[in-house]
Design a protein around this ligand. Structure first.
Ligand code: SF4
Length: 214
């Protein structure tokens, strides 16, 4: 049975009152995270964790990271926030060593479930070591990402501190709002998910489209 994780988020927020606990938020890129950061910053003291060793090639990793940094700088000014960004060291070779056996599986399959899990585990570990009150990820904002899996993964490591913040950020037009903020801040939005496999799939799509036009 599908669980309504948006409802769980609203219930958790209701319990907070005015206390603004600390939250370590795993972010994959500026565009996806924009509206999530805006909405969560009303209830939490956010620190961003950029843990994305899946991204290929390295130039694309840097481009997304710098886009995120420049968005946060502007966001902090616009919304009187002091959100910090922490970068988890990039190690694409290690990520590929875990995912390579699943390379033939398409986007949206168990390949992605393992990818979510690797990045979320690193976020949880950092949140635990550094005594955050809550942790979560923005990944569920994307219509291409399986929110049930994302929340089930977070649930595996649920504990008193840090608490996993269940959420389904695509609900309530979350994705649409993030695309609007992306335009408002003039951000670069990539045309593939991130890993080497999705990069090759994107190139194949473009080649097919080009052949169709010719
Ligand atoms: S398509 Fe995206 S979520 Fe799936 S494995 Fe690649 S980077 Fe990870």
């Amino acid at each position: 049975m599908k669980i309504n994780y948006d409802l769980k988020l609203q219930e958790e927020i209701q319990k907070l009152g005015n206390c603004h606990p600390s939250l370590l938020l795993h972010v994959c890129c500026g565009p996806c995270s924009s509206n999530v950061i805006k909405e969560l910053s009303e209830h939490f003291q956010i620190t961003i964790y950029y843990s994305n060793s899946n991204i290929y090639p390295p130039e694309e990793y840097q481009r997304r990271f710098h886009e995120l940094l420049s968005f946060i700088e502007k966001f902090n000014q616009d919304y009187q926030q002091d959100i910090k960004v922490i970068e988890d060291p990039y190690n694409n070779a290690e990520w590929i060593s875990h995912l390579y056996p699943l390379k033939e599986y398409p986007e949206g399959s168990v390949r992605c479930k393992l990818c979510y899990s690797l990045r979320m585990r690193r976020t949880f570990d950092y949140a635990k070591i550094h005594h955050f009150d809550y942790w979560t990820t923005v990944l569920s904002v994307s219509p291409h990402k399986n929110s049930q899996w994302i929340n089930e993964i977070g649930h595996q490591w649920q504990c008193d501190s840090p608490r996993f913040l269940y959420a389904d950020f695509k609900k309530n037009n979350g994705y649409l709002k993030s695309t609007q903020m992306t335009k408002e801040y003039g951000m670069y939005r990539q045309n593939y998910c991130g890993c080497m496999f999705s990069y090759e799939e994107m190139q194949e799509r473009e080649k097919r489209a080009q052949n169709h036009i010719d």
